[in-house]
Structures are given as C-alpha cells and as structure tokens.
Design a protein around this ligand. Sequence first.
Ligand code: ASP
Ligand code: MG
Length: 407
Amino acid sequence: MLVVQKYGGTSVADAERIKHVAGRIIKRVRAGDQVVVVVSAMGNTTDELFDLAFSISKQPEPRELDILLSTGEQMSIALVAMALRGMGQEAIGLTGQQAGIYTRATYGSGRILRVDPVRIQAELDAGKVPIIAGFQGTTEEQEIVTLGRGASDTTAVALAVSLGADRCENCKDVEGVMTADPRIVPTARKLNDVTYEEMLEMASQGSQVMHNRAVELASVYNLPILVTSSMVEAPGTLIHGGEDMEERNRVRGIAHDVDVAKVTVRGVPDRPGIATNIFEPLAQAGISVDTIVQNASANNLTDLTFTLGSADLAKAEAQMPKICEEIGASGFVADKGLGKVSIVGVGIQTEPGYAARMFRTLFDAGINIELISTSEIRLTCLVAEDRVPDAVRALHDAFELETVEQP
Ligand code: ASP
Ligand code: MG
C-alpha cells in the first residue's frame, strides 16, 4: 500500500529520535509498502524561530517571517533523509516548494490550493523515500508561505489525497485518540476508531490530537487517517467515516478546554441588526467569538451572551462600552476563569437521556453550569475553570468510558 506518514515535532526532537523514526520508516518499506514522509520542525523549533524574529523586530515582515519559519521543517527533512541513507535506504528531502505544494499568497496562514505531485511520484518510482517539509508551500511566484501553526498534519493529508494514498498515518507521542485527557482521567482509554465529525468536535473542544483543517480535508476526500504512536508499536485510532457508525448513539469521549471567558450584554433592545452591531466590530478587532446565546426577550429587552478565549477578553472589553452605547443596551458583564466540558458522540443529540445524564452528573458533583451549547454530536457545558478536571472525571465515570467495550 501507499501511505503518507507524518511525524510531529516531538517525534523528531533530537538525533536519537530521528534515527528511531528512520528505523520505523525502513521497516515499513522493507515490508513492501511505499512510504512518503511529512515532518514537522524539531521539538520547539518553530516557537524558537518566532522568538528570535520578535527579538530582532517588533513587527517582522510576514514574508521574511515565513522564510524563517519554513527553515524549521527544512532542518528536519535533511536530517531524516540523512538518517535513512545512513541506514542504507535511498531517501530525498523536499521542501514544500520542491514537492509542488501550491498555496494562496497569505503569509502565515496559507491555504493549499493544489498539489502537483510529479516530483514526489518520480522519486518514489526511483525507489527513494521522499521526505517532505510540512507546514509550507509556495505561490505561483515562488514565494514561500507557511500554513499556520500545527498545519503539518494538513500537509500530510493534502499529499495523501493528491497521491491517491491508501491512508495517512499521523505518528505522534501518544497512542491515539483517548476517551479523555489521560492527565486528568488516569483510566482514559484509547479509542479504536472515531468518525471525522467526532474527531472535529474533540479537537475544537481542546483535545489536540489532529489539526482541524487536516480532519476536514480528510473527510471531504474520505481519506482514512490512522493516529498512532511513533515510539511504541500499538494499533492506534482510525479516523474515518464508516456508515456502520452513523447511528452509534454512544458517548465516545469527554473533551475539555480552559481559558474561556464570557461576556453578557444586558438589556439589549430586541430588533433586527443588533447581533450585527455587536459582532461586526468584534470581528474587525480580530476577536473570534465562540458560542453565542441570545435569550428570548421580555418587554422587548433581551440578554445576549458570548464566549471567547481569555486572551481576547481585554480587547473585547475595550470595544464593549461603545457597542453598548450604539445599540442602546444597558451594559455588559465579563467573566473569565471559565472552561468547557463536552460529551462527544455520533447520535447523542437525538437521545434526550444523554443531556439529562450530563446535567445530573455535574449537579451531583456540585458543579454549576454557566451556559449550555449543543451541536449534532456534542453537548457542551461552560463551568468554572477550576472545576473542569472534576467535571471531566465525573462525566468519564458517568458514561462508563473506562469500561465500555469500544467497537
Ligand atoms: N512546526 C509547525 C508548528 O509548530 C507546524 C507543525 O508542527 O505542524 O506549528
Ligand atoms: Mg509543532
């Protein structure tokens, strides 16, 4: 089979690990598979390059910053290719540009427009293992563009799709997707499989296993992704879209997130255009808002609450007085120190019992719910940040995630 393997920063953090990764790749090739490899920058290299740039300039040119950041992944491709050759396996490192990854010309947040895989295919045909730099591409004008933090996953999926690979393997320092964060719930279990939708909910809810854009891309092309350990031999978690799972109706995992803030606008006149007048200025100030809840109005006045990352709260608070004045609201209150806990699973929203059990569990644990939001496959409660670990543990228990046989 043809497989694209992606190794993250931790897996290639030093010379020892790079040699280990090379050994793993060779094993696969000897077993008869064709392997294309995508790598991230070693360890914290990308952060260090950022710091370096900002120690020299308060506002580095986005173009030059991308040239700088793209070198992190380029170190990795050279070293992994050297390691493979040293072990007797033909290999070749390719930058995003050399690999034919074309992006939009938005420095720092490029989106992949197309992949022209002729060079990769030629190297494969010549019996070499192509090692591709993740997180970067080129414009038609040969400008280097990076794809946003964590986007090597997206590079790997895009390559797998364009090469017609059988699957993408995301090789990490964890064994797969867990039912909850094992640092909070020691009895958390690895899931054998999850759907794309479940994975997306888990990722955006704070369990950082896969880059969201990578999962979205894989789901569009129905490309299976195996999340697996680069350190130990273990079966991993398969992310796919199988139809037999569609009506599974079971909680699959507990996701959580911290550093959440909440703003409530009080006494908002209930008339058209209010939401626009609140959220347009916030968007213009570069604040991304998460959940929005508007209450039913009484006497034509309503409350509107939204959540955002704590880091953006000060910026939002600076905007709010003017917004309140413009829409004629009576005022606003802001809260930080909040977190989110979610239960995730295909089918759970159509079964009212799950919501009831979730609320009962939090109540029994003495945890106050500040706000509730739902999607088709997720139920999320906003709670005090310092109660998040308790909430995750209680829910993991209540939904019997440590014992239930995973399909
Ligand atoms: N090295 C880049 C980052 O740290 C890309 C990646 O790791 O996926 O964001
Ligand atoms: Mg990284």
